[in-house]
Design a protein around this ligand. Structure first.
Ligand code: ADP
Ligand code: MG
Length: 231
């Protein structure tokens, strides 16, 4: 009774691209992600990982099926409501960082709040807080072009954290990083998870997926829960 609905609940969610040839990038799938879960979705290149994450991030709309975010049916949202959810509820971390290279670390992190009517002083203070959280205070005035890959990803995570998302979607967050750096970024994602953020992380790397508390696989657009015996 009155149980909190899952953070994410998908039923028969499907994404086709019209051809020719027609592509079923995501076959109808069904799964829930509970609040506070840290789910890794693994699959080879071209298996539909980005397609699925784009649907979960409200960057794309499904061809069929339903997607409930915190119990609310996303199909009935207006464009404005979708934009607001992407801005306030959902954080994104991408493989390619997407930073403004010539701007400083602090400026890039502040950009996360630029369109949210937060005044300059508050933006700066909020930025310095999350920059500290990702361990980059000593680099806060550095231009992003001078950062290592791992530092860039930590800036991207800070930029997403400044909005206090409840759901963080990561698409191959360590895809451009060497193993040592990748472990540092995963430590940080784990720390974000421990602060209560629900995480869905896409990866093709089983070692990266091992850091999550739950795993799903995707193969040729088919999402499955691996058997506990081999998980
Ligand atoms: P992954 O992220 O696992 O590498 P994607 O989700 O990007 O895979 O793609 C899954 C499948 O859907 C691939 O076969 C890809 O070619 C196809 N696909 C992705 N986007 C489009 C599109 N806009 N139009 C047509 N096919 C697409
Ligand atoms: Mg992809």
């Amino acid at each position: 009774m009155n149980a909190r609905p899952p953070a994410v609940s998908v039923r028969g969610l499907e994404r086709r691209y019209a051809g020719p040839p027609d592509v079923v990038a995501l076959h109808p799938c069904e799964f829930d992600v509970d609040h506070g879960d840290f789910v890794a979705i693994t699959g080879p290149s071209g298996s539909g990982k980005t397609t699925l994450l784009s649907l979960l991030g409200l960057l794309d709309t499904p061809s069929a099926g339903s997607y409930l975010l915190d119990g609310a049916d996303t199909a009935s949202l207006t464009d404005r409501q979708r934009t607001a959810l992407r801005a306030y509820r959902i954080g994104f971390v991408f493989q390619a960082f997407h930073l403004v290279g010539y701007r400083s670390v602090t400026d890039n992190v502040e950009l996360g709040l630029t369109y949210q009517g937060v005044n300059r002083r508050h933006r700066r203070r909020a930025a310095l807080e999350v920059i500290d959280q990702v361990g980059l205070t000593h680099r806060r005035d550095a231009s992003c072009t001078t950062l290592s890959g791992g530092e860039k990803q930590r800036v991207a995570i800070a930029r997403s954290l400044i909005r206090h998302p409840t759901l963080m979607l990561c698409d191959e967050p360590t895809g451009n990083l060497d193993t040592a750096t990748s472990n540092q970024v995963l430590d940080l994602i784990e720390q974000v998870h421990l602060h209560g953020v629900t995480i869905v992380m896409i990866t093709h790397d089983p070692d990266v997926a091992a850091r999550a508390t739950r795993r799903l696989t995707i193969t040729d657009g088919v999402v499955a829960e691996p058997s506990p015996l081999i998980a």
